[in-house]
Design a protein around this ligand. Structure first.
Ligand code: FES
Length: 311
């Protein structure tokens, strides 16, 4: 196992589908050793610290074994290192043999496998391989994984990767992806992966939402909210006022005590799709919208007036 390439990028402002946003996904290979800090990689910038960087996602690693698959899949003769936004292109360590919580030595740094990467629309902009690329990437399960830096140190292309401690009993990254993204009603499996070694508080909370939803005696929905700019969850018999703090329709539904299905919460996986019975929606992220007459609840809000959803 070894580090094939170390990749970093400054933040760029780009225009995608009429929306401009800042991103650090355009990573390129750098020569020489680079320091892994506890919350980022030297010379690398993250535009959105909610989903990149920080102690639980200090560095993103992607297996070179997947490059051939994607070259064929999107008909590209070659893909440069860093193409998927990864800080470290690695070989010999994939989602199949890395466990959440494994401790590794890279160069002089000690790191821990922390969680899979969940793609967002920025990957679509980066790849230029179709507006559905994020969904295809998600579906492939070839997501790569983040590393937590336990001891800062330097790493360079060619450095060996050695296992300091195997997280025995903890799920592999592949198992974690399979359950957290594709089996979110399997109560036993959810409970098992929630016990993954060193799992972040964010993931524990996300899995708990799935567990609560999958539990046989899920709590009853809250009472209806007062009238106003409103969203009607028709099947549930609930009418609630739109609240910006909910951020999206999925959040609004959860605040109302409902348990709609979700996966990525970033407009990629399609799990939260819901039929719109009346009214209009607008997307708050430049995601690829779902089919006409439906909405990805995790990335949209009502567009004025009364919105009726088949939920
Ligand atoms: S598209 Fe994945 S949860 Fe909304």
């Amino acid at each position: 196992m070894r580090v094939v390439s170390v990749n970093t990028s400054p933040i760029r402002e780009i225009l995608y589908r009429g929306t401009s946003f800042r991103t650090g996904i355009f990573k390129t290979a750098v020569a020489g050793p680079v320091r892994l800090f506890t919350d980022h990689v030297e010379g690398d910038e993250q535009a959105d610290r909610r989903v990149h960087g920080g102690v639980d996602m200090a560095a993103y690693a992607y297996p070179i074994e997947h490059y051939a698959f994607w070259q064929q899949e999107i008909a590209r003769p070659a893909l440069p290192f860093g193409q998927f936004g990864e800080n470290l292109t690695i070989s010999g360590l994939t989602e199949e043999n890395a466990r959440i919580g494994d401790i590794l030595k890279l160069g002089s740094a000690t790191v821990q496998v922390s969680e899979p990467r969940i793609p967002c629309f920025k990957l679509v902009a980066r790849m230029e391989a179709g507006v559905d690329f994020s969904a295809r990437f998600h579906k492939s399960r070839k997501l790569g994984f983040y590393l937590r830096v336990l001891e800062e140190g330097e790493v360079a292309a060619g450095d060996a990767i050695s296992v300091v401690e195997v997280a025995e009993g903890s799920p592999t990254v592949a198992e974690f992806i399979a359950v957290s993204q594709f089996a979110t009603r399997d109560l036993d499996a959810l409970t098992r992966i929630q016990r993954a070694r060193g799992l972040s508080a964010k993931w524990i909370a996300t899995l708990q939402k799935h567990i609560d939803r999958a539990a046989p005696n899920a709590p009853a929905p809250a009472a209806a909210a007062p009238p106003g700019e409103e969203v009607v969850f028709a099947k549930s018999g609930l009418t609630v006022r739109w609240d910006d703090e909910a951020r999206h329709l999925l959040g609004l539904a959860e605040r109302a005590g409902l348990n709609p299905g979700f996966g990525c919460r970033s407009g990629s996986c399609g799990t939260c799709v819901c039929t719109v019975l009346a009214g209009e929606v607008e997307y708050t992220e430049p995601v690829e919208p779902s089919a006409a007459g439906t909405v990805l609840m995790c990335s949209a809000r009502p567009r004025g007036g009364r919105l009726v959803l088949d939920l």
